[in-house]
Unconditional design. Structure first.
Length: 196
């Protein structure tokens, strides 16, 4: 059974991780220049494992760590931005929206740097998986997929633990009912039985 202090640490851990994600998305969407994204992106990814450390006993967290490590490797290898190839951008948003970007350029409003075909480092870990939506699509990296899988596993673990704990916690009526026979079988102070 988790103590109140442990539950508080887990709550603060989750809030810290969400705060880092919010800071990352805010920097990506609102940054006036790529240098801010080149600093904030790897810093926030590197800080998430520290924020999630109180949850380290969960397999889902370790799966997420693997995905984060893959993303961080690709980002650091490309100067703080995630590599993406032109064909992937075209597939995700269309040729007209992809046309203004030249290789080596930061794609404004994203975490990506456009790499020339055959260029960039660790491109196979970069954004290359197009997830289609009604309005085009978005791209993800293999690390993103692993992080999402880890989040699903973690959600399942937490749900299972919560359900198990809830099933084993007696309600107030059961606790009072169990205490009554024990009180009548004990006698005077010290536990001695008295004759009736």
């Amino acid at each position: 059974m988790q103590t109140r202090a442990a539950r508080t640490a887990v709550t603060w851990s989750a809030l810290a991780a969400l705060g880092l994600i919010a800071a990352q998305f805010g920097a990506i969407r609102l940054a006036p220049s790529e240098i801010i994204v080149r600093v904030v992106l790897p810093a926030t990814i590197a800080a998430v494992p520290a924020a999630l450390w109180p949850l380290r006993r969960r397999a889902g967290v370790w799966i997420m760590f693997v995905g984060l490590a893959a993303n961080l490797a690709a980002i650091l290898a490309n100067g703080g931005l995630m590599p993406i190839e032109q064909r992937t951008v075209v597939e995700a948003v269309g040729e007209a929206r992809a046309a203004p970007y030249a290789p080596g350029a930061w794609i404004r409003g994203s975490k990506d740097v456009l790499v020339a075909p055959g260029g960039g480092r660790l491109v196979w870990l970069g954004d290359q998986i197009v997830v289609g939506t009604v309005h085009g699509g978005f791209v993800a990296s293999p690390g993103d997929i692993v992080v999402w899988a880890g989040m699903l596993v973690l959600a399942g673990e937490v749900s299972w633990t919560w359900q198990r704990r809830r099933a084993h916690v007696p309600d107030a009526h059961d606790a009072a009912h169990e205490a009554t026979p024990a009180a009548s079988s004990e006698g005077a102070e010290g536990g001695a039985l008295t004759s009736q």
